[in-house]
Design a protein around this ligand. Sequence first.
Ligand SMILES: Nc1ncnc2c1ncn2[C@@H]1O[C@H](COP(=O)(O)OP(=O)(O)OP(=O)(O)O)[C@@H](O)[C@H]1O
Length: 747
Amino acid sequence: MRNHESKSRKVKIQNRLSEVNEIELLEAWIESVKPESGSNPLSFDPLTNKAPVGRLPDGSFSRYAGCDRFSQLPVSKKTKDGLTQCKYKTMTDIQRASLPHSLSGRDILGAAKTGSGKTLAFVIPVLEKLYKARWGPEDGVGCIIMSPTRELAGQLFEVLKSVGKHHGFSAGLLIGGRKDVDAEKEHVNALNILVCTPGRLLQHMDETPNFDCSQLQVLVLDEADRILDVGFKKELNAIISQLPKHRQTLLFSATQTKSVQDLARLSLKDPEYLGVHEESDTATPNRLQQTAMLVPLDKKLDMLWSFIKAHLNSRILVFLSSCKQVKFVFETFKKLRPGIPLKCLHGRMKQDRRMGIYSQFCEQRSVLFSTDVASRGLDFNKAVDWVVQVDCPEDCAAYIHRVGRTARYLSGGRSVLFVMPSEMKMLEKLEEKKIPLRVIKANEKKIQSVSDLLASLLVKYPELQHLAQRAFVTYLKSIHKQKDKEIFDVTKLPIDEFSASLGLPMTPKIRFLKQKLKGKTVSEALSLIPEDTGNENLLELPIKKPDRAKSDVEEVEEDLLLAKEAQEAGENIDSKGHDMLATRVTKKKKLKINVHRPVGTRVVFDEEGNTLPPLARLAATSSGADSVQLNKEKVNQRYAELRKDLKVADKEDKDLDHKRRKEKRIKEKMKYKRGRDEQEEEDEELSGSDAEIPGGRVDKKSKIYFDSDDEDGERKGDIAREGIAADAISLAEQEELALKLLNSMHS
Ligand SMILES: Nc1ncnc2c1ncn2[C@@H]1O[C@H](COP(=O)(O)OP(=O)(O)OP(=O)(O)O)[C@@H](O)[C@H]1O
């Protein structure tokens, strides 16, 4: 027994000695032939396969800058073994360009096309840095790898595990949507490498006792431009403030930032900027065939349906602009049975389900409807045949990342972008960014219409109607919120036709466009109605009437529907569900209600219970001048009454709404106090907000954690915004309050 123990101790000592020797050798090698700062190793001639590697007979070292095989790099045997087992032999361009610099400890800003192997370009230096520092369990967190989405973090974690499997480091995946946060807290201090999303990392920084990153050696931001953009600004600043300045920082993305401000935030030291495909003719992979098709908004679903039916043996990734769009298209198309499995992925799904869907999609032919949650970094086993962008991406970078889900590494792929007539500017912008797009015309004969099928589905399944309405509103909202107004202009969209194309019997109201009328309340708007229109027969309201042929009965039903949705959404509407201001105000067309319209289209009862058409009793019943005068007076009187009623109703609604918001805030606060961080149920939705609108993030009121792909995060942001608006409590006041609380806790 004792013999055995001493033997194993001997082996350990030997291993340690050989590791120490290896590290000394690696350090000497790296130091003696490191590439000049500012050089791009891609311009060096590769070493031949037979050239000796490492220490040469004359005591010098082989050159590693410019070599094209992992075996020629000054990296440890453990890393080399991991790479060999994963069958990685030859380096990709970004790996060739960046590894010689990153292995010598320099900060890196790496930009290379999608699918070009950026992950290994940071995983290898991370492993090597910690290995050379002889990092052990007692040293705590040595490296943080941050990703903007959970799926991507999960994927990076897998690469790290497989390439680093011969090293003894402990690594953990810290992402939102996992329930085991308490268990995580217990272990997080023992981890050497954290692969995380910013929200979850910050949560640990704030909540985990003794969480310590003060010894951090390497910080990696994958999809760095995304993490550096406004959506993550607060989280990132808070995280960075807790990290030591003396560290190595590696930033990678397909669309990199060079903004000095951003880099200053990260305290980079003379970073090596390695944009390996900058000289390339195209910004996207060469094996990617990209097309664009002019598709009007109301024909998008027809086109998508026809496309799917024509590619039943493919793996198709479809991008839509919001999770409500995704849900609607997924649920309805599923019922229409296109003959290929359908799946959907969006930020409101529970994390386990998201992961499950992601792997299922990698395995079989299917269509995956997704929001931008799947647009960055994900490597679907090189198996996506088509990327279909039904809704236009917010900018060229988003386009590049979406199409980058196909044609990865050496494989080919195809993509198609549906562009609406109002978005043609996008094509110019893409061309400017060196994105080779072929604009093609759809074969009209092959397009199958689904609108009628959808309409019947919506009749049969009322819940789908609700989904359709939400999809409709959130789509328009996403367009309205887009920053690039040259491309996105909600007023240019065929709104009624769009509504009909979703199968909706009538156009839902578009509440958010209220702003166009400068935020006036219902009663204020009513007060704008002229006392005397100058035309005895017409009442003009600033309402866009979508379908002139639509009957009044339809209008009543429509209002009821809208009222229901608006109430759910917590909007200010009057007690009868009328939101006259917000109703279909798009092109500010005026609805003219003819008070002389035929009796019988809309049934109204008078005090005796007799049926009357609306306002008919106010209208002229004879052609005599007296009666016209009389009716005008009645009309004005009636309006005055209406205004009064509505003012009262409006006030009641405001009070109710205020109360409701207050209750909601209190509820939310309680929720966060309990430390709940789980993903909300898919169907828990907040009034008209759609979280997948990039840049739509808002300041958070208090400690709220979210990942970019976490629609709940956006929700929480919205809640915070509501809270701020309602309370008008400033950040300074909140901080003061928090301080007081803290002081009282300590005293
Ligand atoms: N040297 C290599 N040899 C063979 N395959 C590689 C090599 N490097 C990376 N790959 C493979 O290429 C694919 C794309 O790699 P990776 O996901 O790192 O790309 P990326 O540049 O990070 O893409 P994105 O910009 O979309 O995040 C992966 O399947 C990976 O396994």
